[in-house]
Design a protein around this ligand. Structure first.
Ligand code: G1P
Ligand code: ZN
Length: 551
């Protein structure tokens, strides 16, 4: 073991929605990762030295997606963590999905996990996040303390990596089997496999060259006996490299980035189609020519939640959660849910953005950004969602569109799209904030074809403590005829600003072309910004490249 001095310690920024994301160049600065890790080691020492926070009070998981530099980072970090007396548990090849890590924390009773991923950001970004002993993403009291400790670091301890290995301080686990076993418990793979053998099911999956490929192969091929068409299966350090414009590809299951999957699904030959992001906590699901919007798919899951073995994981109150900027499809189903879960209290809850809020309420919830949770772990889980959809297809014999239309017929449809306004000028960002803050002064004015009827900002009142747990989690603008817009600044970027814009409108009639419904909201929002003196406009709407079934 040795101690090294940092010649010039860095000012390390605080972690955001999902850990600290920075460009490769920033993470790769000499001594940066060492300082970052030393702070984490000191934090876990601090919280475990006098209290037992987990059965294995010195065990920490360390792993992540395949992006460039992660395997070297694991070695550097393991050398520092073992020097502090921790046993570091590393998945084979360092490859892990975020949900599998969340499950492994609780399954192996460790004090937490360090997950190396910048999620759906390109390989040019690096991200590191912390999950705590309950399996969930660290809350701010933890991340802020880590940040304080990191910025105090002057020197750091290291242990020779090979020595640590031979001394058994670094252990390898098969996290893929561990995770597949969990899904097996929830879904009864044997039953599913029999059904798959009886009814030929065809599948197409896009792993986007992230961590998903080996997990998908184990679950869908080895355990369930499917023979899917696997796109971009192999994990790659460049997560697929660059697009035609020379931009690094986004390993994000969004209509902008999965053109092959869209083409394959449009052939109508696949009962199920899915893509997952680099750390496999997001998904895009569909099949038979159709794709499901995130909150809509959750509505299907809610209707069929009795099909899977999760009942014992619920408390007396089941929270069906969605982030406030997500479509309120689930809220429309409250009465139906009460009849499904007769002996439970059902609450539909709106949370701020970030899955930690949903995790602490039991993890049964959804975000519009393609994340959905399951009550068995404390993160979003992409493959869980796809297996669940497959199970429902097998049990009902219906296509995803038929399943969806059943719900829309009963409850109506929330038309939904998300866009963004982005830039790099901090003055511009300030201007945007002011326009949104002062939106109330515009009530009664007409923007595009819509009239602004109400505006403000939404605070999160915790459903259990009743406290205001998050102030100003989103701005809202309510226009005439039930057209509703929410907006908030992204917390996961690695430079500049991104204002996310969410448009939604409820209609009993579910088969109207989506563009016809959302366009007036996009126009009204742009008009509202221009009226406030802002020059830019909202763009990159998720519906732009989304195939619509009602044309
Ligand atoms: C984005 C998503 C948000 C999600 C987060 C982490 O955050 O919009 O729903 O929880 O990634 O995956 P944002 O960049 O909007 O802060
Ligand atoms: Zn992710």
């Amino acid at each position: 073991m040795k101690k090294d001095i940092l010649p010039e310690p860095y000012q390390i920024p605080k972690m955001g929605t999902s850990g600290l994301r920075l460009k490769q160049e920033q993470y790769n600065r000499a001594g940066f990762l060492e300082q970052f890790t030393e702070g984490i080691a000191r934090y876990f020492k601090e919280i475990t030295s006098t209290t037992k926070i987990a059965e294995n009070n010195t065990h920490l998981l360390l792993g992540g997606d395949p992006r460039e530099g992660n395997s070297e980072r694991i070695k550097t970090m393991a050398s520092i963590l073992t020097a502090h007396g921790f046993t570091v548990i590393v998945p084979e090849n360092g490859l892990a999905s975020t949900p599998a890590m969340s499950h492994a924390i609780r399954h192996l009773k460790t004090i937490g996990a360090i997950i190396l991923t910048a999620s759906h950001n390109p390989f040019t970004d690096v991200g590191i996040k912390i999950n705590t002993a309950n399996g969930a993403p660290a809350l701010t009291d933890c991340t802020e303390r880590i940040n304080e400790l990191q910025n105090d670091v002057q020197d750091y301890l290291t242990q020779d990596y090979k020595t640590a290995l031979t001394e058994g301080l670094i252990k390898t686990i098969d996290i893929i089997s561990m995770y597949a076993d969990l899904l097996d418990k929830m879904f009864s793979f044997k039953d599913m496999r029999e059904k798959i053998e009886g009814t030929p099911v065809s599948a197409v999956f896009d792993s986007m060259h992230g961590a998903a490929g080996p997990f998908a192969r184990e679950v869908f091929v080895n355990r369930l006996g499917l023979d899917p068409l696997m796109l971009r299966e192999e994990p790659r350090t460049d997560l697929g490299g660059f697009d035609d414009k020379g931009e690094p590809k986004h390993p994000e299951p969004d209509f902008d980035y999965v053109s092959d999957l869209i083409n394959q699904n449009s052939t109508n030959q696949f009962s199920i189609a899915a893509a997952w992001d680099s750390d496999v906590d997001r998904r895009l699901d569909g099949g038979s020519g159709f794709f499901l919007e995130s909150a809509d798919e959750f509505a299907i899951f809610a209707r069929y939640s009795h099909l899977i073995n999760i009942q014992s994981m619920f408390n007396n109150t089941i929270y069906f959660c969605r982030s406030t900027v997500t479509s309120h499809a689930i809220d429309l189903m409250s009465n139906e849910l009460t009849t499904i879960f007769k002996d439970k209290t059902i609450k539909t809850v709106q949370t701020p953005t970030g899955f930690k809020w949903i995790a602490e309420l039991g993890n049964w919830g959804v975000e519009e950004s393609n994340g959905v949770g399951n009550p068995a772990l404390r993160e979003k889980d992409g493959i869980f969602a796809t297996v669940f959809l497959l199970k429902i297809i097998l049990e009902t014999g219906k296509t995803p569109l038929q399943l969806m239309e059943d719900i829309w017929k009963d409850h109506g449809r929330v038309y939904f799209t998300r866009g963004e306004v982005s830039g790099s000028d901090p003055i511009e960002k300030e201007a945007l904030i002011n326009i949104l803050k002062e939106a109330q002064s515009q009530i009664g004015n007409r923007f595009g074809t819509l009239t602004l009827e109400n505006a403000g900002s939404w605070d999160y009142k915790h459903p259990e403590t009743g406290e205001i747990a998050e102030k100003n989690a989103a701005y809202f603008l309510e226009f005439s005829d039930g057209n509703s817009i929410k907006a908030r600044f992204s917390g996961t970027g690695s430079g500049g600003y991104t204002l996310r814009v969410y448009c939604s409108k409820f209609d009993k009639n579910y088969s109207i072309p989506k563009t016809r419904i959302v366009q007036p909201m996009k126009d009204a929002f742009d008009d509202f910004l221009q009226n406030g003196g802002f020059k830019g406009k909202s763009e990159k709407y998720t519906d732009s490249n989304q195939p619509d079934v009602y044309l």
